[in-house]
Design a protein around this ligand. Structure first.
Ligand SMILES: Cc1cc2nc3c(=O)[nH]c(=O)nc-3n(C[C@H](O)[C@H](O)[C@H](O)COP(=O)(O)OP(=O)(O)OC[C@H]3O[C@@H](n4cnc5c(N)ncnc54)[C@H](O)[C@@H]3O)c2cc1C
Length: 462
């Protein structure tokens, strides 16, 4: 008789857990995967996918506005939020079913229940059943964090609820300056809601290149979004169906909905980690892991958002795959977290890969910056007041392009491909030698000849 009920028990049926379960089963492991909510996890059910569907929907408003300059007369368009949400839910249900079917096809068994540790090799399911496993993978993801319990916090929604609002709010206050806050601000603004974004820092998108931050903010403001920085929502009152958000700067904003998107915390609570000997990383509150995603307990691994390393779907998937190959595929794979292309699906979009200008200047003695800031061709006829930003950050010592930053339509698609060039250590000379594809916005990336700035560190200049 086998020593354990299964070879691998995966806690969490999200992006990372599902990939790990399928690959491990493919390597011949007996796998069980527990999911307490819906298969597919955050990305599929209440993250990337429904978010992008709403982005597409709200962007149509821009297309309608832009159409007039190209000769189109569109009789007054109307939008129905409940139809959009119902259609989005139908698509999400289809994807959930596909995820379930693919896991089952791989041979892994799904337990539609919560699972917690009893000890390092035993999981207790909410059904009461105990399952023993040779290895356990924690892939429990993360959840919205509302911050301190200010008065009226019970009125606040997170991105989870924003996907299921019964009606479109005429006015919404969104607190936060990260990508989720910006994306929802642009989504609601696209549908015609009056949006006020409140952020405690000096500018949105902390951690992104400074030029990107300034450009996105100005473009969002041109789209009618009010952005209040250097303040926080300190109290929320409810009067009937209206809310008043009282801000730390003494002002207040009335709205029909208040949403917070100020960060997410790793789902580590109540898992029984102490019983299993799994340590938390004191620096980020996630599960502490090594380069192979192994925790402090030798038979337990953790991947994805619960480790709070790089909280993105493709990263969770790659970590899950690497774990399965390492433990069950006789092939040790360590995930490289450098140069990960990422996007903000604001309107306009942000796409970025590699180092910001500030990071490059801290790392290299000679840094060249190439920048283009232009009105896109489409806007010349549509009359839309918008500009595209493209920026290349080059280590002048080696001529390597170490960072690419784009704000404008199609930025995410462009940066996915630029990510290959950056990872291949392409030089600025390679960009220059590449023939432009005309007429595109992306051709600017291979036609920027003269640096807009050259930075030489003082010590290096002597
Ligand atoms: C609004 C929003 C937009 C996003 N947009 C993007 C984007 O555009 N691009 C991108 O790359 N990333 C995006 N992300 C991030 C992305 O969703 C996550 O990085 C990704 O889902 C992490 O995968 P995971 O497997 O670590 O965890 P998750 O996908 O969160 O899966 C964890 C699963 O574990 C389950 N679970 C938790 N505890 C237990 C338990 N004890 N027992 C059983 N089940 C349990 C949960 O129900 C959940 O289904 C977005 C996130 C949000 C919230």
């Amino acid at each position: 008789m086998a020593e354990f009920d299964v070879d691998l028990f995966v806690i969490g049926g999200g992006s990372g857990g599902v990939r790990a379960a399928r690959i491990a089963a493919g390597h011949g492991a007996r796998v069980m995967i527990a999911e307490e909510y819906r298969m597919g996890g955050t990305c599929v059910i209440r993250g990337c996918v429904p978010k992008k569907l709403l982005v597409y929907a709200s962007h149509i408003q821009h297309e309608i506005e832009d159409a007039a300059g190209f000769g189109w007369t569109i009789p007054s368009a109307s939008f129905d939020w409940p139809t959009l949400i119902a259609n989005k839910d139908k698509e999400i249900a289809r994807l959930e079913a596909a995820y379930t079917a693919n896991v089952e096809k791989s041979g892994a068994r799904i337990a539609k229940t919560r699972a917690v540790f009893e000890d390092a090799h035993t999981l207790r399911l909410a059904t009461g059943e105990a399952v023993t496993a040779k290895y356990v993978l924690i892939a429990t993801g993360g959840a919205p964090n509302h911050g301190p319990a200010i008065p009226g916090i019970e009125h606040v929604i997170s991105s989870n609820e924003a996907f299921h609002l019964p009606q479109l709010p005429d006015r919404i206050v969104i607190q936060g300056g990260g990508y989720i806050a910006l994306e929802f601000a642009c989504i609601f603004a696209g549908f015609g809601s009056e949006v006020t974004l409140v952020y405690r820092g000096d500018n949105v998108l902390r951690g992104f290149d400074e030029d990107v931050r300034a450009h996105v903010r100005s473009e969002m403001e041109k789209n009618g979004i009010t952005i209040l920085t250097g303040c926080t929502v300190d109290k929320i009152d409810k009067h009937g169906r209206e809310f008043t958000s009282h801000l730390s700067n003494g002002s207040s904003v009335a709205s029909d909905q208040v949403m917070f998107a100020i960060g997410r915390h790793p789902n580590v609570g109540g898992l029984g980690l102490e019983k299993a000997g799994v340590a938390i990383n004191p620096n980020n509150g996630g599960i502490a892991v090594d380069g192979f995603s192994k925790t402090s307990a030798p038979s337990i691994y953790a991947i994805g958002d619960v480790t709070h390393r790089v909280n993105l779907t493709p990263v969770a998937i790659r970590e899950g795959h690497a774990f399965a190959d390492t433990v069950f595929g006789k092939r040790s794979v360590e995930v490289d977290h450098h140069d990960i292309a990422t996007a903000v699906f604001s309107q306009p979009e942000v796409g970025t890969v590699g180092l910001t200008e500030a990071q490059a200047r801290a790392q290299f003695s000679h840094v060249d910056i190439y920048k283009a800031n232009f009105k896109p061709m489409k806007a010349t006829m549509s009359g839309r007041d918008t500009r595209v930003l493209m920026k290349l950050v080059v280590d002048a010592g080696t001529d390597r392009v170490v960072g690419c930053h784009i704000v404008g339509e199609g930025a995410a698609e462009m940066v996915q491909l630029l990510g290959i060039a950056v990872r291949m250590k392409a030089k600025k000379a390679d960009f220059d030698a590449t023939m432009a594809l005309h007429p595109t916005a992306a051709e600017e990336l291979v036609t920027m000849r003269t640096p807009s700035a050259r930075h030489v560190r003082e010590a290096a200049a002597e």
